[in-house]
Design a protein around this ligand. Sequence first.
Ligand code: SF4
Length: 278
Amino acid sequence: MADFLFLSRFRVVISEKTNKRLIGKGVEKVVAETCFPIKVAHGHLLDLIDKGVDTIFLPSVVSMPLSHPSLDRSFVCPYVQSFPYAVRSALDFKSYGVTVLTPVIKFADDPKVVEKELVKMGRKLGKSADEVREAIRKAQNRPGQFRSLPDTAGAKKRSKTSNPGTSHGCHQSPLQRLRPGVNLGLPQKLRDLGVTAIPMDMLPLDEVDLVDQWQDMYWKYGQKIYSAAQLVRNDPRLHAIYITNFACGPIPSFSTSSRKSFATSRTWSSRWMNTAPT
Ligand code: SF4
């Protein structure tokens, strides 16, 4: 989506890296008890407002692309889907003079539906339908490049670790993986210990067929976690680290069944961690 905005020739401003100040601002504003990443998201919106942006792109992402033919649903967490609406109870965007654009994006549906939503949003910003379609087309080519990078890098990392027990599969969402302020620098700490930390998305998750056991799993990250579990279980070089977020609903409750899925994995329990905000 960021590519789409850049390619639509908007001047795009990105919030700063997650840090204690930004986290504190988000925590102060939040009006309902939510998980840590949602609190952090409040802080990022406040940072954008402080930076003087006039429009914030805050899509309601309902589903993600289906990664395997055996799957027919791939929803994101309800907190994420509803965040663009819920956050309005905490932040009065009108009083800040900020317009918030919230297209409803269902990546698992027909791409034409996504295109229609973005064309509608583009019109509000003075872009023609053709300009928006062109930006979508170019942006769609870029994720392919992005996806192939982790796949290649992940394969390289795995191939480097020929001895069983020297590599770790690290279960993380992109938020946990990309933001040291959220993951408490755990990947770096592992590297400092001489351990190769491989984020979950760098494993070939799409190659795993979940149809036998987990076809009913409709949560995108549940699908990813189960796929990673199978890969870790079958690769003696990999060990699992399961990182959850403070006050997350699905991930910890999901952990019991995924623990079973890792049952024959080698060092599960000793590497079970929770990340908390402070
Ligand atoms: S999956 Fe958990 S951490 Fe992520 S948004 Fe949902 S409740 Fe929050």
